[in-house]
Each structure stands twice: as C-alpha cells, then as structure tokens.
Design a protein around this ligand. Structure first.
Ligand SMILES: O=C(O)CCC(=O)C(=O)O
Length: 288
C-alpha cells in the first residue's frame, strides 16, 4: 500500500499516516519512508506507543546510531542510544541535566566531526500547553539568498561549540557545559553544506556558531546573526505542537531546530531522542 502523507507546513514536514513503526516493515516500505524523509526534511509519526527497544530498532533503519559519547551525562543510563530531554528531577531530587536542552537554533552534533544525519525524538509526556519545537528549512533558506551572499559564504566555515546557552533561570548547566567543552573541542563546518544524498546546498549555521574560521568574533557576529535571522523567517519554519507518543524524525543536514520552552515548568515534559550518525564533515579548530 502506498504511503499516505499529509503536509505539515508550507516550508517543510509531512505526517506519515496509518503507520505503526514497531510493525515489521519491508525494504520497499522503508524505502518510501526514507524518500519522504529526504523530500520533506521532517516526518511525523503520531500515536507511537512503542517501547524504547522499538524506538531504537526503527531508528536503526535510518543508519548507525550515535551512542552519545560526546554527551555522556545526557544519555539514558541503560540505553546509550537514547538521549534524554526531560525536566524530570533526578532520583536525588536535583534538577535534570537536560531540562534546557535545545533552547537555541542548532543542528544536532554539528560540534563534532561526525554531525548527525538525522534525529528521531519521541514524546513521553507533554505539558498541557506549549513545549513546542521550531524547525527551519535550511535548503529553502540557502536558495533564497542573493547570488552575492551565496558567493560570500561559499567558502566560509563556521566554528561550532558544544554546550547550551546559559539561560537566565538556569543554574544547573554550568558543570555540564564545562564537561562538554572539555570533551568536544570547537569544530569548523562549511556554512553552505552540500547534502550528501540530495546534492542540494543548505545553510549550516545556528546559535552554536561562535565565529568564522580565520575571522574574529566581532567580525563574524553581524553575518552570523543575519544568516540565522534570514533562515528563521516564518516562511521557512514549521512549529511542532507535541502530542504524547509522537515520533518526529528530522534531517539534520538541511533542517535546524529549537526547543521553545514555552510552557509551565512545573509540568512534566519528557522526550527521548535517537541520533543517526552522519558522514564525516568539518575539522577540529585549536583555541576556538
Ligand atoms: O525538546 C525539544 O523540543 C528539542 C530537543 C532538541 O533540541 C534536541 O534533541 O536536539
């Protein structure tokens, strides 16, 4: 039976309807799903009341999974393939290390030399309202640049840092950020990156980019801000409103995202993510 898709927005995304990702799936059916993933940048699977093993198993169809050595604190203690994004306090009552994960525009693992192909985030608990995630289509954003700007950025490399932005109300992330910095030296990535499968150029920028290689922070900042502002214009963006048991798969090579934190923090928001390893890209930069 042909895949039934429903577009999620003008910019990107499609829902795959009438599917249970835990159900055995032949090569042909998964081939159609993977084609839709490349075509739409994001795929939504609703009502997936699946086990952790089934989430991992389905994710493996997309490629080899990251065991999150770059983010050791954030992994599930029994399942290194699962990255936690939760505000549930730890068993000793202290705040979760991952309650503010993703609160800035980014593409997963861009701060490593094996940036992710894609991620599959499953929602276990969502607040009554809000807790949405924004996604931006970086291929559309690149295509919409002027020829002059495309030329200007064609050979630039952005230096990506790990760690989350310090939030005004975040007193929990300092040690974690220091650890991440120690494990992950800054990595330079092309600003205009060719998607290895579609061959299309996409902007590869975000709020983890500190400066361009060969330029100072002061020189780089205006152009970084211009590119992020351009890429996140409403016409390039989809806003996902989570329901329990959603699995959202996105292509990190042409989509960036941000968790909004627009919810009552006394309510539980619990998500778990698998991360599919991507092709090698970029190079380590001494000194940041
Ligand atoms: O929690 C979210 O909505 C997104 C989390 C995130 O940014 C990530 O997993 O990279």
């Amino acid at each position: 039976m042909a895949l039934r898709l429903r577009k999620l927005s003008y910019a990107l995304g499609a829902e795959v309807c009438d599917i249970d990702v835990a159900w055995p799936m032949g090569e042909r059916q998964f081939g159609e799903i993977y084609k839709a993933f490349l075509d739409h940048g994001i795929l939504l699977f609703r009502n997936q009341d699946v086990t952790r093993e089934q989430h991992i198993e389905f994710s493996r169809r997309f490629g080899e999974l990251d065991r999150h050595e770059a983010l050791p604190r954030d992994r599930h203690p029994q399942y290194p393939e699962l990255l936690m994004v939760t505000n549930e306090p730890k068993s000793d009552g202290s705040p979760s290390d991952t309650q503010y994960t993703g609160r800035q525009w980014h593409s997963d693992m861009s701060f490593t030399t094996a940036p992710s192909l894609g991620s599959l985030l499953k929602s276990y608990a969502v607040p009554e309202v809000g807790g949405d995630t924004l996604f931006a289509n970086m291929t559309l954003a690149h295509d919409a640049l002027s020829e002059g700007m495309k030329k200007l950025i064609a050979n630039l490399h952005g230096i990506h840092l790990s760690g989350t932005r310090k939030l005004a109300n975040d007193n929990t992330g300092i040690e974690r950020m220091a650890e991440q910095k120690r494990i992950n030296p800054p990595v330079a990535q092309p600003v205009a990156r060719v998607h290895p499968e579609t061959g299309r150029k996409a902007l590869y920028i975000g709020e983890k980019v500190k400066r361009f290689d060969g330029m100072t922070e002061d020189e780089s900042r205006p152009l970084i801000d211009t590119l992020v502002r351009h890429a996140t214009r409403p016409e390039f963006v989809y806003r996902h409103q989570w329901k329990k048991n959603d699995i959202l798969a996105w292509d990190n090579r042409c989509v960036m995202h941000q968790a909004l934190g627009d919810f009552d923090e006394t309510q539980l928001r619990h998500m778990e993510r698998t991360t599919v390893l991507g092709a090698p890209s970029g190079y380590v930069v001494g000194g940041g």
